[in-house]
Design a protein around this ligand. Structure first.
Ligand code: FAD
Length: 474
């Protein structure tokens, strides 16, 4: 007889570990299976996010920002530092310590909530039997009343630029360079390419980003993408649009990239290459014949609006299903599914999932872009407010960017909020709350915002929707 659980979660990333904790909180006998092995060769909970994604990238972004400020940003404050140096080994060591603190934190949370952690690769068979192969190759079967698939995603590899872990790397490799590469090539100007490109640029690398699409940050509102492109250019990030990589050849002196753009075939020499062209659902070898679970044409687990796969007691959450590949989206789905299993109400509104890019300036948005609203034929009005007119931003010397609010022209309901500027990763929460409560621009405009804070830009942008911003001409 295989060991029986109320809930078996496959994957201990932010979708899976959160689902497991919530299921255990609700009184269900829960286990969470994960195959990730950390840098120390031991199983590490937390998935991509904690090990090689959100947390380590933010640690390096912060270290590199401190260094960049010290070498380039502090003169106007009257602060100068001679011969500032960066010890890349120490910086990466600090990042590893943070990762360990957080992955170890999940182990403690599992113990506190009585979630059993099982290490190994899981395959779902018929009737909610999960077979787990451990590091020694031994397989054990477990059964459950409910299975939650949360296997996440993996970087997409290009057939003509295969990861070798040394010259051509994925996100994990680019978080672990032992020294700053002289010339770093990045394929893909998406979130990961921009964040990790920024890290190494700030530490002195020559960074060239090749993006196949003709538009920069096509998913973002065009106004904030434009400001970001301008600021990144000022920082020396060389972003080449409409540039399609054809070949990456590793030689003695580096990597020769051959790509085509509107002018024809081009070449570029780099020392390291980060390929960040997107991620695909990690569903290879996950489903045995008879599991009944279906994959879509992109290899994602098919689910309905409530993350149910259509097979009795089998659910799927996080990066391995439709919707944005973001940690917080997966975590909320994990909670919702655990609550649905327990007979409670659980739901995630994918229309109000916030997006953040942690570059300098940061970008953050929620809801529809102006182009989407226009295309849908919705009557709308917009209000924008620049950080250059916000006292706190000027005091911080971080004035680039603005907040833009899009509201329905007749009902005033907020349809989208788009920000580029200092710490907008934190400011976006207010917009999410307002949209989740179906709030209007008028609601935001009538809320008292502390002075002097960056949040005044949100307040003024909401006022500007009705052409009554105070600190700029309307
Ligand atoms: P994952 O975190 O991928 O976890 C899945 C886990 O399941 C892994 O441990 C995997 O090894 C394991 N697994 C897979 N298959 C099996 C199997 N068959 N058996 C057992 N175990 C299995 N998102 C944000 O919201 N904010 C950010 O700032 C951000 N920054 C990022 C930076 C980088 C560099 C990267 C790469 C990603 C970033 N992301 C960010 C995305 C975020 O990491 C993912 O959206 C999130 O980790 C998805 O969570 P998940 O639980 O669905 O999957």
């Amino acid at each position: 007889m295989s060991e029986q659980y109320d809930v078996l979660v496959i994957g201990a990333g932010p979708a899976g570990y959160v689902a497991a904790i919530r299921a255990a909180q609700l009184g269900m006998k829960t286990a969470c299976i994960d195959d990730f092995i950390g840098k120390d060769g031991k199983p590490a909970l937390g998935g991509t996010c904690l090990n090689v994604g959100c947390i380590p990238s933010k640690a390096l972004l912060d270290s590199s920002k401190q260094f960049h400020n010290l070498t380039h940003g502090f003169e106007s404050h009257g602060i100068s530092a001679k011969d500032a140096k960066i010890d890349v080994g120490a910086m990466v060591g600090r990042k590893d310590k943070i990762v360990k603190q957080f992955t170890g934190g999940i182990t403690s949370l599992f113990k506190a909530n009585k979630v059993t952690a099982i290490s190994g690769f899981a395959t779902l068979k018929a009737n909610r039997v999960v077979s787990v192969k451990d590091a020694e190759g031994k397989s054990t079967d477990y059964s459950a009343t409910n299975v939650i698939i949360a296997t996440g995603s993996q970087p997409i590899e290009l057939p003509f630029a295969r990861f070798d872990g040394k010259h051509i790397v994925d996100n994990a490799g680019a978080l672990d360079f032992s020294e700053t590469p002289k010339r770093l090539g990045v394929i893909g100007a998406g979130v990961i390419g921009l964040e990790l490109g920024s890290v190494w640029k700030r530490l002195g690398a020559e960074v060239t980003i090749l993006e196949a699409l003709p538009d920069f940050l096509a998913a973002a509102d065009a106004d904030i993408a434009k400001v970001a492109a301008r600021e990144f250019k000022k920082q020396g990030l060389d972003i080449r649009l409409g540039a399609k990589l054809g070949k990456a050849e590793v030689g003695k002196k580096g990597i020769t990239l051959t790509y085509t753009d509107s002018k024809g075939e081009q070449t570029l020499e780099v020392d390291k290459l980060l390929v960040a062209v997107g991620r695909r659902a990690a569903t290879k070898d996950l489903l045995a014949d008879g599991s009944g679970v279906k994959l879509d044409d992109r290899g994602r687990v098919e689910v309905d609006a409530h993350n149910w796969t259509g097979v009795e007691g089998v659910w799927a959450v996080g990066d391995c299903v439709r919707g944005p590949m973001l940690a917080h989206k997966g975590s909320e789905e994990g909670i919702a599914v655990a609550e649905l299993i327990a007979g409670k109400a659980g739901h995630v509104n994918l229309d109000t999932v916030p997006w953040v890019i942690y570059t300098e300036p940061e970008l953050a948005w929620v809801g529809q872009t102006e182009a989407q609203v226009k295309e849908a034929g919705i009557p709308y009005k917009t209000g924008s407010f620049p950080f250059a007119a916000i006292g706190r931003a000027v005091a911080m010397n971080e004035t680039a960017g603005h907040v833009k609010v899009i509201a329905h022209a007749e009902t005033d309901r907020i349809l989208g909020v788009h920000m580029v500027g200092p710490v907008v990763s934190e400011l976006i929460a207010e917009a999410v709350v307002t949209m989740e409560f179906k709030g209007s621009a008028e609601d935001l405009a009538r809320i008292v915002h502390a002075h002097p804070t960056l949040s005044e830009a949100v307040h003024e942008a909401a006022l500007a929707v009705d052409k009554r911003a105070i600190h700029k001409a309307n």
